[in-house]
Design a protein. Structure first.
Lengths: 106, 553
């Protein structure tokens, strides 16, 4: 197991989705993402628990791009990874964010 | 007027040699029929040292009883053989090399035996003539690699020796034609001997001996992809292919590879493609084996015609019940033919799409990895521009305009697409600076690195990041950046020039899912027309009978 936490600058989402204590969980066989509200609205805090060792630089690149792609300030993400590829991680994160936004804006 | 007398042996050595061999074998056969107990003795009587031998090994149907029997022959008598066959799939094929009976091989694909083969090459026990495409090897059967003895597999024989190959005709006609008409000897293993065949696929006078095998020949269900294993990334890439390529170019005639990526596309036709209004506009005519994952699209009326290289285990009743779609004999069963279907895929299709293990910065792709000599089967013929093509179609002409620009002489180009996730299993990057094929070529003393699809033939790459259109790249530098620009978080992808990649995106050379109006949220397995093998059985109205290993109910 490898565990680390990144805090990435990002603007707060347009909708006030942080009111939701838990935005959502998306999961598949090898990846689980939990999205919660956090206090700091200027940054996104991401905790990664992964079964694979030695890919921290790839994780950082994937997560940095995610935080740059969406306004995810004020969110805390917990990722449990059991060997997902970066493609799966990106897709799942995008889906988790889109799901949150969809639920709160409807 | 009398023909001038010809001294014996001047022009008929092959026929005389055949007669000698047949005379030696006569005591082990009753006419054309050989009992299974006598087959080893018959093989020793017929085959001579140094012979070119084909043990019919297709990527599906295997002359497995004859292969096992050949392994039981005396290595002192049958040695220095030259195997010329499309696939080295069975352990017995490699056993023959280990036993010192085979010294040279010319083949196309060795999938399951790739590791053992590589070790034997490294130890110098075997020389590889070349790794061919299927069509290329068949062509050489008629030029300089004609088999002296062909050991083939058929479903049934009648008492005359006529053969019925059933849906898995595959390579048989090409092998038998070359052997029988050039002084060779054809020995067929059959599952049963019957009084009357449903139809004659190979006439008796092209066949010398028939043996009923103790067990039916093995057929590999190579084209069955369980929809339950299709990932959301594959769904996303399938959506990109359908909207960004098939719809864009109006692809009606095509060939798919055998991977899960293309199975996902097949299962998205009745759902995603139908929603886009593409029914009747794309994917109507196919060079394709009867993929179970194509059933929902056929049932939805997407498909008009499918010609097949081989068949697929469990699809017999379904194909027989859809004779408007598949090529079916008057007896009611499907007929396949690898040589004709390869020609169809090469000349009559506008698009090939398949997967690979490695792609380099020039767009060369290879399935060769260190320690495995796997070969590539038919992909190079499917995945190559047909330089001899002389008929036009809108998709072909558009690709030609994009690739060649406005040159004086109008000419099209085939769309050759690789669809890959940027990382494979165990975080192996698909995109690499240098193909493993180079190391393999050095290790095995090959004159050519085993490249499956050359970069100059590749027109598009699809990954989870989007499409790279290599046709529209003006310079080698642009081409390299277009490849890096869809290579994700691989070292090759991370080394992209961000500014150049954004420029390529502005010009539509790289298109992201959002550029195509594809919402990633929609890329879920719910979009697949079947999500399990059981769903495929239901879609077929109970006609599809999946092999045991794909049943979990």
């Amino acid at each position: 197991m490898e565990q680390f936490t990144l805090t990435l600058p990002s603007s707060a989402p347009p909708q006030d989705i942080v009111h939701a204590a838990i935005c959502g969980v998306v999961s598949s066989g090898n990846l689980e993402v939990l999205v919660e509200a956090a206090a700091n609205r200027d940054a996104c805090e991401i905790e990664v628990n992964t079964s694979a060792h030695g890919f921290r630089d790839i994780w950082e690149a994937v997560l940095k791009d995610f935080a740059g792609r969406h306004a995810v300030g004020g969110l805390r993400l917990s990722i449990n990874d059991a060997g997902a590829t970066p493609a799966v991680v990106s897709l799942r994160l995008d889906q988790a964010f889109e799901t949150c936004r969809g639920e709160t804006s409807s | 007027m009398n023909a001038p007398a010809t001294p014996p042996g001047r022009w008929d050595n092959l026929a005389r040699s055949r007669a000698v061999r047949l005379a030696r074998a006569a005591s082990f056969a009753a006419g054309r029929l050989v009992s299974a107990d006598h087959i080893v003795a018959l093989l020793e009587a017929v085959i001579e040292p140094g012979d070119r031998v084909c043990i019919e090994g297709n990527n599906q149907k295997q002359a497995d009883f004859l292969a096992r029997s050949l392994v039981k022959t005396d290595p002192a008598r049958l040695r220095d053989l030259h195997l010329v066959q499309s696939v080295l799939a069975l352990p017995e094929h490699i056993d023959l090399i280990e036993r010192g009976q085979v010294s040279r091989i010319d083949f196309s694909f060795s999938g399951p035996q790739a590791g053992r083969l590589a070790r034997l090459v490294e130890s110098g026990k075997i020389t590889i003539g070349a790794i061919h495409t299927y069509l290329e090897l068949f062509a050489r059967y008629f030029v300089d690699l004609t088999p002296r003895v062909a050991l083939i597999a058929a479903q049934a024989a009648d008492r005359e020796g006529n053969l019925y190959t059933g849906p898995n005709t595959e390579d048989t006609p090409a092998i038998v034609e070359a052997t029988a008409f050039k002084g060779g000897i054809v020995i067929a293993q059959v599952n049963e001997i019957v009084d009357k065949l449903p139809r004659v696929d190979i006439p008796a006078d092209w066949v010398n001996f028939v043996v009923q095998a103790p067990t039916p020949h093995y057929i590999e269900p190579l084209f069955t992809r369980d929809p339950a294993l299709i990932t959301e990334i594959q769904v996303l890439m399938g959506m990109i292919a359908i909207k960004g390529l098939y719809a864009e170019y109006g692809i009606t005639r095509l060939n798919h590879g055998i991977g899960f990526d293309t199975a996902a596309i097949e299962l998205l036709l009745p759902t995603y493609a139908a929603e886009l209004g593409l029914k009747g506009k794309i994917c109507t005519h196919w060079a394709l084996n009867p993929h179970p994952t194509l059933i929902p699209a056929i049932e939805a009326g997407f498909v008009e015609s499918v010609h097949s290289f081989g068949s697929e285990v469990g699809m017999e009743r379904y194909t027989a019940a859809r004779p408007d779609i598949f090529f079916v004999g008057q007896d009611g069963s499907m007929r396949s033919n690898r040589a004709f279907c390869q020609a169809a895929g090469h000349y009559a299709c506008d698009l090939f799409i398949g997967s690979t293990l490695q792609i380099d910065l020039q767009g060369n792709s290879s399935t060769a990895t260190k320690g495995r000599i796997a070969g590539f089967g038919g992909a190079p013929n499917m995945g190559a521009d047909a330089r001899g093509r002389r008929h036009a179609s809108p998709a072909w002409l558009r690709a030609g305009r994009e690739g060649r620009g406005n040159i004086a002489m109008p000419r099209g180009q085939k769309l050759v697409v690789q669809i890959v996730e940027t990382f494979r299993e165990h975080m192996q990057p698909t995109f690499v600076e240098r193909l493993d094929a180079w190391d393999l070529a050095a290790m095995a003393n090959m004159e050519l690195p085993p490249v499956m699809i050359y970069g100059e033939d590749l027109t598009h790459i699809i990954t989870e990041e989007g499409i790279a259109n290599l046709l529209m790249c003006a310079t080698p530098q642009e081409r390299e950046q277009a490849i890096r620009g869809v290579a994700g978080y691989t070292p090759v992808g991370m080394a992209r020039d961000l500014r150049m990649v954004e420029n390529l995106r502005d010009r539509g050379i790289i298109r992201r899912p959002e550029d195509l109006g594809i919402r990633k949220r929609d890329a879920t397995r719910d979009l697949l027309a079947a999500r399990s093998v059981k769903d495929l059985v239901h879609a077929s109205g109970g006609l599809y009978d999946p092999p045991q290993q794909f049943r979990n109910w």
